[in-house]
Ligand binder design. Structure first.
Ligand SMILES: [Fe+2]
Length: 492
């Protein structure tokens, strides 16, 4: 990435400040793509182009996957995951993990079988051009790769970025259809971390744009069209990667991380900087409309919301927090993340902070049915290799290595499912068992790197036997690089 990068070029490169933290049949991909793909031998030692982080150079299609164990027959759907997988790298030393073309990986489960695995680049404008393909639909003026998340909404599969990219609609088999405009009602962008209200079926988003000093709250109705939009002034070009939603309120994180292209002239790979002169605030406003109430809080970086809910006169927000100061560019200069709770007293306009778990962890999730409603259980990933690559060589310690965590917020206890050394687990996705009655009656699914095969497994755990042997391990033909977020999309 050139030191002379313009703002537009920086955006086109697909900067996604999301987290800090076998041979298969090759799909129909032009030979040009393989030539463009980065090759390890010329990468010059960039850790984000090596090992589990390294981009994969091909799209893969494989049917009838090998399985150890038994896939539950009530799991019918696709487990999808998105993440940067750069094409055509010009300067390997300048590459950052959070930059690059998006690739979605997916496994289809049905009738106790793993029918297929597919990996596909998301054809945003720049990616389609690199692949020598026509551009789909009408892209946003500033085109980002859609490389952070993938969700299901009203039968559509949407690959999401934040900032100035429009959602990209994918087919069930992960081919890119083009930008989604919600029946012509929305030509704007969306958050990578939308919230689907399980009661109303509405999709909520708070997106930002590096060129504006406001964020935009958008609600897509259960009918699939924009119901309301609202611009909220922020007084600066801030980063707001995630937000929180309750049954009645929207919660915003105003943090001292601002867009500054000059930072790249001084050696940063991504143009976000910690602004010590800017206060940290949490804001909330009624979903039905009304003023934003802002409360100053101690500075930190809130990367991801676990969940949020109304509790009488309080708003409870559980989230992953990096202590201040935080650098998305050089995470090794930041302290590791932990799980924290805010209890916002609306009458007193005060915030009480409680550390729920101080062990390093990221990628918090609750069951989809609990989003914006009170939850008891939450799931996080503790990935030692991810932290080591960022310079946290001593963490997690020997008591908390690669694995997944199940938190019981009612008792304050947690359980840890440990994977072998270097078997990094992706974000955990909970899927309820058919006929489930308890919140944790179901399965926890995660893509886990298998170091013995140098490929990934889709691991299925019984959520109520979290530390027990996996129910099933589905063996993928290739590796899924350490990446970002995804979803279980039932059916199809
Ligand atoms: Fe994220």
């Amino acid at each position: 990435m050139s030191q002379q990068m313009s703002r537009r070029n920086a955006l086109a490169a697909g900067l996604s400040v999301g987290t800090v933290l076998g041979a298969g049949a090759i799909g129909a991909i032009p030979a040009k793509a393989a030539q463009l793909a980065p090759r390890k031998e010329r990468d010059g030692g960039n850790p984000f182009l090596e090992g589990q982080f390294a981009p994969v150079p091909f799209e893969v299609t494989e049917f009838d996957l090998a399985v150890t164990g038994t896939i539950p027959r009530d799991l019918t759907g696709r487990l999808l995951r998105n993440g940067p997988n750069v094409l055509g790298l010009e300067d390997p030393l300048a590459h950052h993990w959070l930059v690059g073309d998006g690739m979605v990986h997916g496994v289809q489960l049905r009738d106790g079988k793993a029918e297929w695995y597919r990996s596909r680049w998301v054809r945003a404008k720049g990616t389609a051009e690199k692949l020598g393909e026509p551009v789909r639909g009408v892209p946003a003026e500033t085109d980002f790769p859609s490389n952070i998340n993938v969700i299901g909404f009203r039968g559509k599969t949407l690959a999401l970025q934040e900032g100035t990219a429009r959602p990209q609609e994918l087919t069930d088999e992960l081919y890119t259809v083009g930008p989604c405009d919600f029946n012509g009602t929305w030509a704007g962008t969306m958050s990578a971390h939308t919230k689907l209200d399980p009661g109303t079926g509405e999709l909520h988003s708070v997106s930002y744009d590096e060129s504006t000093d406001y964020v935009q709250y958008v609600v897509i109705s259960a009918a699939g069209e924009v119901r309301s939009t609202r611009k909220i002034p922020m007084g600066g070009t801030i980063l707001m990667h995630d937000f929180a939603l309750t049954e009645n309120y929207v919660v915003l994180y105003d943090q001292p991380i601002v867009f500054d292209l000059d930072a790249m002239k001084h050696g940063q790979k991504i143009p976000w900087v910690w602004d010590t002169g800017r206060p940290s605030r949490v804001g909330y406003f009624p979903r039905a409309g009304g003023a934003v109430t802002w409360i100053t809080v101690p500075p930190s970086y809130i990367s991801h919301t676990l969940n949020s809910y109304d509790d009488g006169g309080n708003i409870v927000v559980d989230y992953v927090e990096f202590p201040a100061p935080f650098s998305a560019d050089r995470l090794s200069t930041s302290a590791p993340p932990a799980l924290v709770r805010w209890t916002i007293d609306r009458a007193r306009r005060s915030v009480r902070r409680t550390q729920l778990d101080d062990r390093p962890q990221e990628f918090p999730r609750v069951p989809d049915a609990r989003v914006s409603r009170k939850h008891r259980y939450g799931y996080t990933a503790a990935t030692a290799d991810f932290l080591r690559a960022y310079g946290h060589g001593s963490t997690p310690d020997s008591a908390f290595g690669n694995g997944l965590v199940k938190h019981d917020l009612a008792t304050g206890r947690s359980q840890f499912h440990r994977f072998p050394k270097h078997a990094s687990a992706s974000e955990a996705v909970f899927v309820p068992r058919s006929g489930a009655r308890a919140e944790d009656d179901g399965y926890v699914l995660s893509y886990v790197h298998n170091p013995e095969r140098n490929a990934s497994d889709l691991v299925i755990l019984a959520a109520q036997d979290f530390t027990g042997k996996p129910i099933a391990q589905i063996h993928l033909p290739s590796r899924i690089p350490l990446g970002l977020h995804g979803s279980w999309i039932a059916g199809t």
